[in-house]
Design a protein around this ligand. Structure first.
Ligand code: HAM
Length: 416
């Protein structure tokens, strides 16, 4: 047997109703906030991610599915959606038509991480971006949109962790402070972190090795390095969050794993999943669009992981399988009439299950139970002679006879 690729997963028919509910709810909320959908390819030129996400990030260094295509070009499966969306915005000059762009996309992303609970190599994201407005209220509005998606899905026990990672200037000051702090621990850091010390000291803060994270716990925080404009922006975000009533907590050591962030960064923490795995995250980026060949316009976005989201939503009755009617044909002569009845019921909008090969009534009632049919219509040769069918209500167990030419009409009346 050929098996699934490690870290990839199937979404089986019992789970797709919950999945569809999450996607439909997220779409509804995002459209309420004024977002429009964009769909970009799952594969892009590798260079896009190297420039967009940053050469010295875990994602680009270790986690991309990169290969040479037959034309000799390096391509990668997208590890996230933002870089691809921005590429598309630049390529189609979308900002020229609409200087304030609000876009969302939902689809699979690929990162070759070590699989664990809630961490996959193919996972889905609900991703939203706003381009063209750098006011603090926009940041708060985005955090509020992410929060609104979660609450519309019934998630409680939520907290939005927010921080400011400053601008290039603040970060340069912060990086020196980080180097100064970590220099005392160089021998104790993992080999990756020793490299990060030189190449990208911010990444020292989110190493997953126990020893490194213990050391990082007492590192200086970036909030102490913010310059006046960045500090004011961050205060503005907090004030707007207070007005919007979004519950948040300032998390001064959160830096996020992607290099493009400037100023506001945030993560959605869901109590059920614990602190180590965020359900979603995002932040502002001031120079990413320019970096990718576009105008000097800043943006802010977030992505919520669908698998992690689904883990926090109980499998309740809403997602159980059910059909309106099961049609049980009980005789050879009734078969064609049964077939026509199934067609007529489906045309009238009912979901209908039946079995075409001959089966006993008992076996068919088992199927009707399995598909959770609300009603069973029985049609046998005797009933056919009388031009009648028997209808059983599967909840009350009541049975009545109904004329064959009235049954569709009658069920329509019942369902109103
Ligand atoms: P991210 O924090 O890398 O941000 O990912 C966002 C969310 O995707 C995570 O919080 C998590 O729920 C989900 N996720 C990430 N990796 C995995 C994985 N291996 N398995 C399962 N779920 C995963 C971004 O991707 C940014 N592009 C978000 C953004 C948009 N920032 C600005 N705009």
């Amino acid at each position: 047997m050929i098996q699934l690729i490690k870290g990839f997963h199937d979404i089986l028919p019992d789970d797709t109703p919950k999945w569809a509910f999450i996607v439909a709810t997220a779409r509804k909320v995002l459209e309420r906030f004024g977002f429009r959908e964009i769909i970009t390819p799952i594969m892009e030129r590798t260079e896009l991610f190297e420039r967009g996400i940053g050469q010295v990030t875990d994602i680009v260094e270790k986690e991309m599915y990169t290969f040479m295509d037959r034309g000799g070009e390096s391509l990668s499966l997208r590890p996230e959606a933002t870089a691809g969306i921005l590429r598309s915005v630049v390529e189609h000059s979308l900002l020229r038509r609409d200087p304030l762009l609000k876009l969302y996309t939902i689809g699979p992303m690929f990162r070759r991480e070590r699989p664990s609970k809630g961490r996959f190599r193919q996972f889905f994201q609900i991703n939203a971006e706003v381009l063209g407005d750098d006011s603090p209220a926009t940041d708060a509005d985005m955090i509020s949109a992410a929060h609104a998606i979660m609450t519309a899905l019934g998630a409680t026990n939520l907290i939005m962790e927010v921080n400011s990672v400053g601008c290039v200037m603040c970060r340069s000051d912060y990086k020196s402070k980080l180097r100064e702090y970590f220099s005392a621990y160089l021998d104790e850091l993992c080999p990756d972190c020793r490299r990060r010390y030189d190449t990208n000291p911010l990444r020292l803060l989110d190493c997953k090795e126990q020893k490194c994270s213990e050391i990082a716990r007492n590192a200086p925080v970036i909030l102490d390095s913010l310059d006046q404009p960045c500090l004011e922006h961050f205060q503005g975000v907090q004030a707007a969050l207070d007005i919007l009533g979004v519950p948040y907590r300032i998390e001064p050591r959160m830096v996020r794993g992607l290099d493009y962030y400037t100023r506001t960064a945030f993560e959605i923490i869901h109590g059920e999943l614990g602190r180590t795995k965020a359900v979603g995250g995002g932040g502002r980026y001031d120079s990413l669009l320019k970096e990718l060949g576009g105008p000097e316009v800043s943006g802010i976005g977030f992505a919520i992981g669908l698998e992690r989201l689904a883990m926090g939503i109980p499998d309740d009755r809403r997602f159980a399988r059910s059909v309106d009617v099961y049609v049980a044909v009980l005789g050879d002569r009734s078969r064609n009439t049964g077939l026509r009845l199934v067609r007529d019921l489906r045309s009238a909008g009912f979901s209908v299950e039946t079995r075409y090969s001959p089966m006993s009534l008992k076996a068919q009632m088992k199927v009707a139970d399995k598909v959770a049919a609300a009603k069973v219509i029985m049609i046998g040769d005797d009933e056919l002679d009388r031009q009648e069918v028997t209808v059983r209500d599967m909840h009350t167990r009541e049975q009545i006879s109904v004329r064959l030419d009235e049954i569709v009409h009658r069920l329509q009346g019942d369902s109103q």
